[in-house]
Write a protein that binds this ligand. Structure first.
Ligand code: NAD
Length: 374
């Protein structure tokens, strides 16, 4: 029997993305899989059911997943879906076990093999499966646009009959995937760009995008290519250098994150109070509490003459491309285990082993085990 893949319609608030797009459905069919989808799953990104060929639609998600071998979604599914899945079936979705403790226990107890998209290892071979990167790149791009539209100024230099307008200054704090994309986009819009990070290797990356690197002299490289938390002394040292740049900026885009920790605070209330009138902060770390002490996740607020935007689920705002990239990330992962018309999980494959959250009645990810127990 062909492998049955079922794709859910997202139900969480503000989630427009869908885990399958027509081009990927065709590729999955070529793998010999039978594709089923919840009716209307692509509606929010203007992908009507009629756009999908070789896909069977069903209105009832419970019926959809009951005999599915693989269930795919963007956000973690409801408990009712997990309860309806057959033991041994595979779920592929973002999970974030530390925020979904009950669901993770249920996935374990229902003997579901869960591949959590946020756990895909950041190694070269897995780049095509790395949904954190694909979605972060889109967020970084959109942050620059949000900055531009919240500013009552233009970004490029402009020479007019009544004089010249100086380019806007954009400072990007945190130069991972999103931050570098934000720098590139702000520069394309004509802004003068500056970037700052605690990983020194980002200097060259920022400069290659035409930005100036704000060098604080702090090296906080942590494990696995990520940053570590800063000591109070390091924070003071950074503030001594960065405050001037914060206060000269028209747009600040913050993207800093430390895996498994709340967002580090990079901009204090006092620093905001000294910012230029009319300037804007786009805090892409709002989901984790924000990089600015004033940020209110999901809100746009005014603090004096400064606008602070704390957008949530930015990739969903670009749902069409976010879905396309996410679906391709999932396809590349599925291709690792749907082979010759059947499912073959190779646990010696680093990508399979590290992306797994639950398998065979156990939580198999070490970090999740620490929080939830095995
Ligand atoms: P992230 O979302 O975890 O963090 C964003 C940025 O915030 C990082 O650059 C981090 O250094 C920075 N940061 C943390 N604390 C800070 C502070 N106090 N001040 C300023 N900046 C701070 O990062 P990400 O975009 O997911 O990428 C993290 C790393 O993983 C990068 O080194 C990236 O190149 C690497 N990566 C590798 C691959 C791969 O090889 N397949 C794929 C994606 C990312």
């Amino acid at each position: 029997m062909a492998v049955k893949i079922a794709v859910l319609k997202e139900t969480r608030a503000n989630e427009k993305r869908v885990a399958l797009v027509p081009a990927v459905a065709d590729k999955l069919s070529k793998l010999g899989a039978e594709i089923h989808m919840q009716a209307g799953a692509g509606d929010a990104v203007k992908l009507p059911d009629s756009a999908f060929k070789n896909v069977k639609f069903s209105a009832d998600p419970i019926e959809l997943v009951r005999d599915a071998d693989v269930v795919a979604s963007v956000q973690p599914p409801d408990a009712s879906i997990v309860n309806a899945m057959k033991p041994g079936a595979i779920l592929i979705s973002f999970i974030y076990a530390h925020k979904e403790v009950e669901l993770t226990r249920l996935l374990r107890d229902r003997h579901i093999t869960t591949f959590a998209m946020e756990l895909v290892p950041r190694i070269t071979r897995a780049q095509a499966m790395d949904a954190l990167s694909s979605q972060a790149a889109l967020s970084g791009y959109y942050a620059a646009l949000l900055g531009a539209t919240h500013l009552a100024r233009i970004l490029p230099m402009m020479t007019t009959a009544v004089g010249s307008i100086r380019p806007a200054r954009t400072l990007v704090m945190g130069l991972g995937v999103a931050g570098l994309q934000a720098l590139a986009t702000a520069r394309r819009l004509g802004a003068m760009t500056e970037g700052y990070d605690v990983r020194p290797e980002t200097k060259e990356q920022a400069e290659s995008l035409g930005a100036k690197f704000v060098d604080t002299g702090v090296d906080a490289r942590g494990a696995g290519g990520y940053a570590r938390e800063l000591t109070p002394e390091e924070k003071d040292k950074i503030a001594g250098v960065v405050t001037k740049h914060i206060q000269q900026a028209d747009i600040i885009i913050t993207t800093a994150a430390i895996p498994g920790r709340p967002s580090p605070k990079l901009i204090s209330k006092a620093q905001v109070d000294g910012m230029k009138a009319g300037s804007v902060i786009i805090d892409l770390a709002a989901e984790g509490g924000g990089n600015c002490e004033y940020t209110q996740p999901g809100e746009t607020i005014q603090v004096g003459q400064v606008t602070i935007v704390g957008p949530l689920n930015v990739p969903s705002m670009l749902g069409e491309h976010a879905s396309e990239l996410y679906a391709k990330n999932q396809l590349n992962l599925i291709e690792l285990f749907v082979k010759e018309g059947g499912i073959r999980l190779d646990w010696t494959d680093e990508v399979i082993a590290k992306t797994a959250l639950t398998h065979d009645g156990k939580i198999v990810n070490e970090a999740a085990q620490k929080i939830i127990g095995a």
